[in-house]
Design a protein around this ligand. Structure first.
Ligand code: FAD
Length: 478
């Protein structure tokens, strides 16, 4: 006989487990099926292990600055086994925490692979090979995503992000195909650990979804750190001679400004060209849904009544906090507490040095949508706190509607951008204007002052920039 629940959640990542917790707290009987580790990609193979490794890289970077600070340290060496233990510790700890939270909330966690039989009916292949059956009024699909393959690498032993995070070795030369957040973060880790890294991006700049000035500034910064960046280039052919590393044949990407073929040698190749939906073998067709990204409305409803989806598998915003927000909204709507998630106001962070963070529209997107925009910039080179920390690179850029002065987007390239962005996210969510932010007194000396100054700069009134340097649309942070 099938076990019954109000909501069956398939997938225990940030979309699924958070939705399960919320639904249980609203009084629903929830069953959650997970075939792997709780916490999903984010905890097991994404956000957390990558940030643990970035922390090692950050420490190595700090070592390089000690002499400048007047601190002499002796020679250091890398103990890869200990680095892996450091990476695994938060993963273990947090996975245990998720399990405890689900248990305390009364969510029934079933370990196994889910196969959809019909709306509200799921079969689960348990680790021992038996099958369990579940029935529920609602079904929430939160199966996430997997690394997307690159045809040019078919058959070659290229790394994907899962493999790179496993840290099997530190290759002398690492080629990273893909200059999105995963490519530049992992490239930065391996560069700090000692690899000679080249990042290859087909589009004209790194982080193509970010504001154009940010991608260009990041490339310059990475190059100063010893990471080679090739934009407008794509992998045409990969040679993998037995035991002799790789030869990459690059060609200009369609539409690239200039450049000819490039031959690049590497000991390892990391493919970081995006994600694909994790739906193989799930049985979407039995529900009448097409294979691929699962389309949903703003309350997580698919085309099939009673079937909801949230997180990466919807292909909307591939970030953990977006997945959780979608998961919460989906179960709240199903249980009669609808709320709107502003996916257009999800902050996005890339943890390089300096960090990148943004919320809302880029300048290009705002103009393309017909806004008459006002732009303000404030460089961290003019910030007292950044100077004291020796972090003078980067800027805050604000994009506002010229008519109402309402903020449309904020883009930060600089120290602690991932923390600073939340004041901007709140400002955008609340519909605040340049003067609302600028009149909010920011404590000194803090990096946050740069946000207020960028808003003043948009009005041509920045106090800590030389007079006559309005950060208007004609200016540039570069
Ligand atoms: P997932 O986390 O992928 O979870 C889906 C779960 O479903 C998995 O545990 C899977 O095992 C399970 N599952 C799938 N099919 C079945 C089945 N048939 N039966 C049972 N279980 C199933 N995002 C950020 O916001 N910040 C970051 O810093 C960040 N860093 C990242 C770094 C890397 C290297 C990568 C790869 C991703 C990173 N992300 C980051 C993205 C983030 O990990 C994802 O957006 C997030 O995990 C999506 O959550 P999800 O719940 O939708 O899917």
């Amino acid at each position: 006989m099938a076990a019954r629940a109000d909501i069956i959640v398939v997938g225990g990542g940030p979309a699924g487990y958070v939705a399960a917790l919320r639904a249980a707290r609203l009084g629903a009987r929830v069953a959650l099926v997970e075939r792997d580790g709780l916490g999903g990609t984010c905890l097991q193979r994404g956000c957390i292990p990558s940030k643990a490794l970035l922390e090692v890289a950050r420490a190595l970077r700090a070592l390089g600055r000690f002499r400048e600070m007047g601190v002499r340290v002796g020679a250091w060496e890398l103990d890869l086994e200990q680095v892996r233990r450091w990476r695994d510790r938060p993963v273990r700890l947090l996975a245990r925490g998720v399990e405890a939270l689900l248990g305390a909330a009364g969510v029934e966690v079933i370990r196994g692979e889910a196969r959809l039989e019909a709306p509200g009916r799921v079969a689960v292949r348990l680790p021992e090979g038996e099958e369990a059956r579940l029935e529920g009024r609602w079904l929430l699909l939160a199966t996430g995503s997997l690394p997307a393959p690159l045809p040019a690498c078919a058959g070659a032993a290229c790394w994907d992000s899962d493999r790179a995070l496993a840290l099997p070795e530190v290759p002398s030369r690492l080629a990273v195909i893909g200059g999105g957040p995963v490519g530049v973060e992992l490239g930065s880790v391996y560069a700090a650990l000692g690899s000679r890294v080249t990042v290859v991006e087909a589009l004209p700049r790194l982080l193509p979804r970010e504001d154009a000035e940010v991608g260009v500034a990041l490339a310059r910064s990475l190059e100063r750190q010893g990471i080679a960046v090739l934009t407008g280039a794509r992998l045409a052919r990969l040679e993998a001679p037995q035991g002799a590393g790789f030869v990459l044949h690059l060609e200009p990407a369609p539409g690239a400004a200039a450049g000819g073929p490039v031959r690049l040698e590497a000991d390892r190749v990391l493919v970081a060209v995006g994600r694909r939906p994790a739906v193989a073998g799930l049985g979407l067709a039995r529900l009448g849904l097409p294979e691929g990204w699962i389309e949903v409305d703003d309350e997580g409803r698919t085309a099939v009544p009673g079937v909801l989806a949230a997180g990466d598998v919807t292909g909307r915003v591939l970030l953990a906090h977006a997945a959780s927000a979608q998961g919460i909204a989906a179960v709240e709507a199903a249980l009669g507490h609808p709320r709107t998630v502003r996916l257009d106001l999800i902050p996005s962070c890339t943890f390089t040095w300096p960090e990148v963070a943004s919320v809302g529209l880029t300048e290009e997107a705002a103009r393309a949508r017909g806004w008459d925009v006002l732009v303000g910039r404030f460089p961290f080179s003019a910030s007292g706190r950044a100077a004291a920390a020796g972090e003078r690179e980067g800027f805050v850029k604000v994009v506002a509607d010229r008519g109402t002065r309402r903020l449309l987007g904020v883009h930060i390239f600089g120290p602690d951008a991932s923390t600073l962005i939340h004041e901007a996210a709140l400002a955008l969510a609340a519909g605040l204007t340049l003067s609302d932010v600028e009149r909010t007194v920011h404590a000194h000396p803090t990096l946050s002052e740069a946000f207020g100054e960028a808003c003043l700069a948009a009005e041509g009134r920045a106090l800590h920039l030389p007079a006559g340097r309005p950060g208007d649309a004609g200016g540039s942070a570069l």
